[in-house]
Ligand binder design. Structure first.
Ligand code: SAH
Ligand code: SF4
Length: 352
């Protein structure tokens, strides 16, 4: 809850509850939190899971980052769902199908637990009001799930994370990554129109293909939200004046990594203010694709640069933990596609 919601629930003026609220959020020992069921570390990357009942878990990853200028910080990757219904063929989470949406509390708790874990693993002070000193600067909604499939809880969680009397994470330090749900972008655009500061929220789009034929093959959403419409939706979105879209592109050997693909990606990106992030494919448990080799990734990167596109190659971290992009998901929870056991309802396999 934001402070305003917390006060409304108690029928009190926010000012009267402000210090109680501040204490609740910033004292890492105050609130009972979902139990950590798994926590593994490899080369500084920490993957942790929280028990959210019925045998389900959230998965989150704390990733160390280095800036070009030598400063160090961490990014927290959070889940918005357990599983995902989008069925992208290269993604481990997609194979699980959707188990359920996470609540606002379950999303926010991932950030609070990350802080606890950082304090346990380092000598950072555990006293209250030291939220800004746990070394985690950014929150990216790139864990399990399609954030726009859980729109209200996503927005609710961002509000709580952003609450000045709570964790106070600036919108510029939160990134929502979407498979490309145009209606989700439009709903977010409506919020930006009502609350202009939301233009600072960062948007990442998973592009992953240079043409509709390949994109539809690897990302079923493309049937209802093809590339031209997606580009239009991004052009229409009221992004902050200096904002940039992050365009994510998973490199799949022989599928989407040719020079012709790079040319087509450059054409698609040209009208957008964006930076392209090339992500070498992280193998799934019984790898369906192969990772493009370094020479191919750099050829693709140079080609995009030659077209004047700003492009970076993402350094892969967390593969040994199955904690890298697209590797989150518990195979034991995998369910037959098109059924939603929890709700007993069919799951739409062609969403948008
Ligand atoms: N559902 C959202 C956010 C979660 S996926 C989305 O699709 O954007 C986060 C990122 O991981 C996406 O950019 C996705 O394309 C990428 N990804 C999925 N599977 C991957 C894999 N096996 N290797 C590398 N990146 C992958
Ligand atoms: Fe879902 Fe994103 Fe994975 Fe696609 S890439 S299945 S949208 S989590």
């Amino acid at each position: 809850m934001t402070l305003a919601e917390y006060a409304a629930a108690r029928s009190t003026h926010p000012q009267a509850l402000r210090s109680e609220y501040v204490q609740l959020f910033r004292d890492s020992t105050a609130a009972p939190l979902a139990p950590v069921t798994r926590c593994e570390e490899h080369e500084g990357v920490v993957k942790f899971c929280l028990d959210v009942g019925s045998g389900l878990e959230t998965e989150s990853v704390i990733i160390p980052m280095d800036s070009y200028r030598g400063s160090k910080w961490h990014t927290l990757c959070v889940s918005t769902q357990v599983g995902c219904r989008m069925g992208c063929t290269f993604c481990e989470t997609g194979r699980m199908g959707l188990m359920r949406n996470l609540t606002i509390e379950e999303i926010v708790t991932q950030r609070i637990v990350a802080r606890r874990l950082r304090h346990q693993r380092t000598s950072l002070p555990t006293r209250p009001y030291s939220y800004f000193r746990d070394g985690i600067r950014n929150v990216v909604f790139m864990g399990m799930g399609e954030p726009f499939d859980n729109f209200d809880n996503l927005v609710g969680a961002i509000r709580v994370l952003n609450e000045p009397n709570g964790l106070a994470i600036p919108l510029t330090q939160m990134t929502v990554s979407t498979v490309g749900r145009i209606d989700g972008l439009q709903q977010l655009a409506d919020i930006v129109r009502r609350e202009p500061s939301w233009a600072n929220l960062r948007i990442a789009l998973s592009l992953n293909a240079s043409n509709d034929a390949v994109r539809t093959q690897i990302m079923p959403i493309n049937k209802s939200a093809p590339l031209a419409e997606l580009q239009r939706a991004l052009l229409d979105y009221p992004l902050a004046r200096r904002g940039l879209y992050l365009i994510e592109y998973v490199m799949l050997a022989g599928v989407n990594d040719s020079v012709e693909d790079a040319d087509a990606v450059a054409d698609w990106c040209r009208p957008l203010r964006c930076v392209v992030n090339l992500i070498p494919y992280n193998p799934q448990r019984d790898a369906a694709y192969a990772t493009s080799d370094d020479a191919t990734v750099f050829r693709f990167l140079r080609r995009l640069r030659s077209h004047g596109i700003f492009v970076k190659r993402r350094v892969t971290q967390g593969r040994n933990l199955m904690g890298a992009c697209g590797q989150l998901g518990n195979p034991e929870l995998r369910r037959p596609r098109r059924t939603n056991r929890a709700a007993g309802e069919p799951v739409d396999s062609n969403p948008a």
